[in-house]
Write a protein that binds this ligand. Structure first.
Ligand SMILES: [Fe+2]
Length: 244
């Protein structure tokens, strides 16, 4: 599949601009440095929807060896993790309409690209996603283990915070593409927990409201270094269950 770039209308480009500017008004104070640098490295600007083939992918490939891979929408777990393991980030290309400004049934291209792609310039973060996906593919037939592993993806890639210069900053794409949750997640009264693989594997999530708590990493290297522990814990769960 290719991004149907010529099919985007003026209204689409204006919608992108509106969403982009709304987020960039608040994110310089709230987002992780890696994300803010990534926005520039990947060349995202307000005045047009990024052209993935012509603009985004050549930059990403040069920086980290990753690329954005166009998909029609949500795809099955196996396909999803297979792409990530191959250093391809699956992204849809349709953009929300004005009526859908703040509520979406499933992720659109603003979420997938604006929310996620800038972090694809951060090598340790990329390595984490690829290695986590390798583990996912190993357990892909066991849906209960995949459910556990998806909590790791959820509380990091989608809704993760990071300690930076004495503050908590956002790097999760689910937060970065939502104005409400961007402001909410970093509020001092909202519960935060230190990144702990075992705790996360045991923490279910809700998809239809803000998170009850957020997990805060110390560095992207910490994420990448946690994958062997994730794999070990999943092995242990598998073993325990096979006893019964
Ligand atoms: Fe996402």
């Amino acid at each position: 599949m290719k991004q149907p770039y010529e099919k985007y209308t003026k209204t689409d480009h204006l919608m992108w601009k509106r969403l982009f500017e709304r987020q960039m008004e608040i994110l310089p104070r709230l987002a992780s440095e890696a994300y803010l640098t990534g926005i520039e490295q990947v060349g995202f600007v307000a005045d047009h929807i990024p052209n993935l083939t012509a603009e985004t992918n050549p930059r990403l490939r040069a920086l980290t060896g990753w690329e954005v891979y166009v998909v029609p929408g949500l795809i099955p777990h196996q396909e999803f993790y297979q792409h990530l393991a191959n250093r391809q980030f699956p992204a849809s290309t349709w953009l929300r309409s004005p009526e859908q400004l703040d509520y979406l049934e499933e992720p659109d291209m603003f979420h997938d690209t604006f929310g996620h792609v800038p972090l694809l310039c951060q090598q340790a973060f990329c390595d984490f996603m690829a290695d986590l996906s390798r583990v996912a593919l190993r357990f892909i037939e066991q849906s209960h283990l995949i459910e556990r592993l998806s909590r790791l993806y959820w509380y990091t890639v989608e809704f993760g915070l990071i300690h930076e210069n004495g503050a908590q900053k956002i790097y999760g794409g689910g937060i970065l593409s939502s104005p409400g949750e961007s402001a909410y997640s970093v509020r001092p009264d909202v519960p935060k927990r230190p990144f702990d693989v075992e705790v996360i594997l045991n923490t279910p999530y809700q998809i239809d409201r803000f998170q009850e708590h957020y997990f805060v990493i110390d560095s992207y290297e910490q994420l990448y270094a946690s994958v062997p522990e994730i794999e070990k814990l999943l092995e242990n769960i598998e073993e325990k269950e096979s006893v019964y």
